[in-house]
Design a protein around this ligand. Sequence first.
Ligand SMILES: Cc1cc2nc3c(=O)[nH]c(=O)nc-3n(C[C@H](O)[C@H](O)[C@H](O)COP(=O)(O)OP(=O)(O)OC[C@H]3O[C@@H](n4cnc5c(N)ncnc54)[C@H](O)[C@@H]3O)c2cc1C
Length: 452
Amino acid sequence: MKNYDVIVIGGGPSAIITGVTGKKQNPDKSFLMIKEEEKGLVPCGIPYVFHDLGSVDKNMMGPAPFVAAGGEVLVDCVTEVSFEQKKISTKAGAEFTYDKLVFATGSIPIEPKFIKGYDLQGVEYIRKSYNYIQSLKAKTDAVKDIVIVGGGFIGVEVAEQLAKFKNKNISLVEMQKHCLCAAFSEKLTEIADNTIREQGIHLYTSTKVTEIVGKEGKVTAVKLSDGKELPADLVILSIGYSPNTQLAQQAGLQVNCNKAINTDNYMRTPVKDVFAVGDCSGAIGFITGREDNIMLASTATAEARILGYNLFEIKLVRTFSGTLSVFSTEIGGKVFASAGAIRQACESAGIKYICGEFEDVDRHPESISDASKLWVSLTVSPGTGLIIGSEIWGGKSVGEMINIVALAIQKGVTVYELISYQIGTHPLLTTAPTKYVLIKAAEDAINKIKQC
Ligand SMILES: Cc1cc2nc3c(=O)[nH]c(=O)nc-3n(C[C@H](O)[C@H](O)[C@H](O)COP(=O)(O)OP(=O)(O)OC[C@H]3O[C@@H](n4cnc5c(N)ncnc54)[C@H](O)[C@@H]3O)c2cc1C
């Protein structure tokens, strides 16, 4: 039986980055990655396969950098792990022993078995699988009436892409008052809902799916809680993802209330030499200090880099604890982003906060042809002035601006420091130096703190 110094189970972003970072740090160690499918895809690019990219082949991702660094890849499925014997077994009958084992088994769509008709032919999911998405793309191309259930960012992005086909009838059903309500506060979700409708999507909010109706085993319609019935050739269920931890649990690892594997600051599980990284591992909220269900590729790869450096000894000390969720999406050319603790996170975690806000355009003067509106909100702890969260919406510049704010949150920057933040500005590229949005939002926060 062949032994590897490191075996990584999985082929997604966290497996690839753990593998390539770990191998580069430890060129003398042998690394094996075991992944289920030959071809891989960029998970975050999946919605764009349905229209903008036009094919799964334009959204491919694989472990080439890991292989180039000297790692080995096996296409197979790990079916059993023995921590006692430090051994894994695969579906194809192979067995290997390891010194270090990494679970990077990701997450899988939640199947609502409580909805009648969930198992009809024509009921689909957004699975992170090359073969599955290739087949789903062919199915979406062939039909007219598509109902998407779930207005989280995946459901919204898929609906936005499918609505670009003018011959299709796209409906989106969300049981909350607004779409995207886990990521944004009401002001932004209202704007997002309006933008979704502007794309020609029939949006039903505060509405539940009560039944998926079928004829001869095939879906024909979706029944809603208000009694309406939407015709459907295809139903895409996008009601959330769950950590894929069945294998880890069978092997004896403990999971948290979100079914994610318990790990410490260095992705170590309580079992010696066994790690978990990415969507399958638990996360402690950076600000909330609670177990948060954060499943993002950005988070997964950040964890994977830390793990890759630290597999054999702690070389890269993690100077912060907790995971900062940084999130962005684009709907119909408008960008929405958030980081850290926003209003509802503060309220549910009992954190006192104020919000400093400012609105302008992202060019100066605003008559520059590609100027977009830019609205910034900084969530601030009034006792200390610390920036603990942010929401931003506007044009493309929002995607990178939220990353700057995320760095400020991680480094414990206060609004008083942000006032003297040294910036570069240019008419064609940024907001004006006289009213730079982040600085003006910090000023607004300081004024509100004085009134506390
Ligand atoms: C449509 C969509 C859009 C998204 N957009 C964004 C975005 O814009 N930004 C962002 O930050 N995040 C986004 N995400 C989230 C992001 O995709 C995940 O956080 C990321 O995929 C997590 O990576 P991972 O490697 O931990 O898990 P996964 O990507 O789930 O990979 C897990 C891998 O493990 C393999 N595996 C599982 N069990 C076994 C086994 N027993 N043996 C062998 N292999 C196994 C699976 O086949 C899979 O390849 C999006 C997700 C989706 C679905």
